[in-house]
Design a protein around this ligand. Structure first.
Ligand code: PLP
Length: 386
């Protein structure tokens, strides 16, 4: 007898994983003297955790400390550092009770969504989007409401787009700088969206995971604009600690206890050692800033060089480590285009289909978090390919 399989099992795949597998396979099959694969499909820093953070992990391992569970919201000393981070970076004073340490931003999403919404609730976001937003929302029985955004709003949502929604959604997810486009909601735009959400009873979820990786304009946190907003952040990107699986939430007062109960039941706590490493990472800004200087140079180089390789419709990338390219006139099948690019140039990039189910077939995403020399070589290969 065939047994029932739950709705959550039908979350669509994350296509970039298929591109990563193809790039791995190509590299593994490379003949001696063959053209090596350049990885522009990955969304994680090539660097590891900063040296001071690694030293803290080594000391914790040697200390004989059992490294057991912590409180569900994390070690108090780490939560205090997060409070200080909001004071230093944004001039915001937060009570420590509103800070929850999570298993990455990925672990924060189900906690935030389950605490803020019910099955059947409608949660809006702009397309293109980070695919797990839609996939997690759907797996939890909620309904994603997609607002197609284009170059006019730098692919970000706007108050006008929200006004046009009928009925109004229950929630809104924003991300700035965003994945896959690399554009930002500037402080006045984020403030206007937060005001609109408060005025319309819409719960704002702000994914701020790429804060720190912004190159042109100032950043602001939604926590500074609305006491009702949920802020998601992580040590994965600016702090260069993807594999340590550690992030945090800034919660509105009314969601503190619900999220705490959910976190106790779903995760018990984030890994102890990762909490130690994260705390030490706050003392490593000099090393982390050097990464940013490198990202900025790679971005500047690619924004100049990619048009010479025929990619002349690029997103105005202001942050994160992504550039989104419109293939208009070159291809209407980004999956096939990326496969051919990988086979013929050895440059791996991500087709837009993951990020936008209606228009993604004519976009692709370049990620420039790899070595600077690779970014230069990739643009040369693409120029010759063209
Ligand atoms: C926009 C965005 N949010 C969240 C995540 C998940 O991050 P974490 O490693 O903290 O789970 C990613 C990872 O790429 C991302 O791009």
């Amino acid at each position: 007898m065939a047994l029932k399989v739950g709705r959550g099992a039908f979350a669509p795949p994350f296509m970039v994983m298929d591109v990563i597998s193809a790039a791995n396979a190509r590299q593994a099959a490379l003949p001696p003297g063959g053209v090596r694969t350049i990885r522009m499909e990955v969304g994680q820093p090539g660097t590891g955790a900063p040296a001071g953070a690694v030293a803290a992990a080594q000391a914790a391992l040697r200390s004989g400390d059992p490294l057991g569970y912590t409180e569900a919201f994390g070690r108090r000393s780490l939560r205090e550092r997060i409070v200080a981070h909001y004071r230093d970076w944004y001039g915001i004073e937060l009570p420590i009770e509103r800070v929850a340490v999570t298993v990455g931003a990925s672990g924060a999403f189900p906690l935030a969504f389950l605490a803020a919404f019910d099955p059947g609730d409608r949660v809006a976001m702009a397309a293109p989007f980070y695919p797990p937003y839609v996939n997690i929302i759907t797996a939890l029985g909620m309904t994603p409401v997609i607002m197609e955004a284009g170059p006019e709003t730098r692919f970000q949502p706007s108050v006008a787009m929200l006004e046009a929604l009928d009925p109004k959604p229950d929630g809104l997810i924003v991300a700035s700088p965003c994945n896959p486009v690399g554009t930002m909601l500037h402080p006045d735009e984020l403030a206007a969206i937060a005001r609109w959400c408060d005025a319309n009873g819409v719960r704002l979820i702000s994914d701020e995971i790429y804060h720190g990786l912004h190159y042109d304009s100032a950043i602001a946190s939604a926590a500074g604009f609305s006491a009702n907003a949920v802020v998601v952040n992580s040590f994965s990107k600016y702090f260069s600690m993807t594999g340590w699986r550690i992030g945090w939430l800034i919660l509105p007062e009314d969601l503190v206890r619900p999220v705490e109960c959910l976190a106790q039941n779903m995760f018990i706590s984030a890994p102890y050692i990762s909490q130690v490493v994260a705390e030490a990472a706050f003392d490593c800004h000099a090393e982390l800033q050097a990464n940013i200087v490198r990202y900025r140079r790679s971005r500047d180089h690619l924004l100049r060089a990619l048009p010479e390789a025929g990619f002349d419709r690029l997103s105005p990338a202001e942050g994160a480590f992504y550039i989104y390219a419109d293939l208009a006139g070159r291809s209407n099948d980004s999956m096939a285009f990326c496969a051919r690019m990988l086979a013929e140039t050895g440059v791996a990039v991500t087709p837009g289909v993951d990020f936008d189910r209606t228009r993604g077939h004519r976009f692709l995403r370049f990620s420039y978090c790899g070595p600077e020399a690779d970014m230069i070589e990739a643009s040369e290969r693409l120029k010759h390919w063209m």
